[in-house]
Design a protein around this ligand. Sequence first.
Ligand code: GLY
Length: 397
Amino acid sequence: MKKSFLVTALFAVSHFSLSAQISRATPQKMADLIDHEFKFATAQYKVLAKNVSPGKTPQSFAAGKPINMGIKWWCSGFYSGTLWYIYEQSKDTQTKAEAEKALQLIEPNQTYTGNHDLGFMMFCSFGNAYRITQKPAYKAVVERSAASLVTRYRPIIKSIQSWEKSKYWQCPVIIDNMMNLEMLNWVSDHGGNPAYKEIAINHANTTMKNHFRPDYSSYHVVDYDPLTGKILKKATWQGAADSSAWSRGQAWGLYAYTMMYRFTKDPAYLKEAEGIAGFILNNKNLPEDKIPYWDFNAPGIPNAKRDASAAAVMASCLLELARYSDGDQKLRYKSAAETMLISLSSPVYHAKAGQNGGFILMHSTGALPLHSEIDVPLIYADYYYLEALARYKQWYL
Ligand code: GLY
């Protein structure tokens, strides 16, 4: 028997037994799970901390080696953000000291204007730090970061430009960019420049109009003519095809329109989030354990790689969407999130203590078509997983 066939077969068997184990979550089961996970994370992130190279932030672990990245990488804020989530639950002072150290490292990013990722980088980190400590210096960094981000707003397109012009694109806007709007909304709602929220709303409306298909799936990239604002093309970068539904992109859209509804109470955003949730949860290619393949149209399903990070993002925002819903729909969103969290906490996706380079979750996929980060731990999978668990505890227990 070929090795790849054997690995696939074993993975399929473990998934089969996992789906048999998934039972209805009870409040006690979820409370125990959350308590266990934050204790586990407190110890596991001490293992991770030992793998961080000076001046870098942890990203992944592959072939037995830690992968660390520089501070301009879009994920540089997730390490401190994850540590703040852990500290919030554990009150462990060593975790807090590491979180502060990680913040200090990325502080210079507040004036960075080279891409659209400032929200990921600075709100997941300094935003959480301020929420938990109320230190004015952290809020000032968030405000400065928002000012940097809006320099990328292109009024003719009514969108924030994601990446720089290149041989591939003129003025690309990617679905992921929606996530950066949380920082803009938050700053405007906390005494900052009200124009930031208007920019966030314009961007969200443009994305709703141009990135989404009638079935509420989304394109990854829309490229615009920067002079006229006309659409040049709709394409992918990390997905299986231009016309496919890249799973993490669907997760970003779901998270971000739920978040836009939180800040605006505009029913159009709620409708959009419900539509995206319907696309995901009704999809024939969503596996029984509700951990998506890396793309809903990935070649080779059911043997395609999974993306645990997409599930973690989805679980977190489905818990929020459930708060804005009633009856059966509320139950459906909450119970889908529970299934995702129970699956992620099972041995199929969850590392053993001290293993996985110190990361919590395994089996995420960063950018498969770029041959990058395939079936590995990723820092943001841990971040959104712990965020989802903390939200569950806050809202449902
Ligand atoms: N660019 C963010 C992501 O890979 O999801």
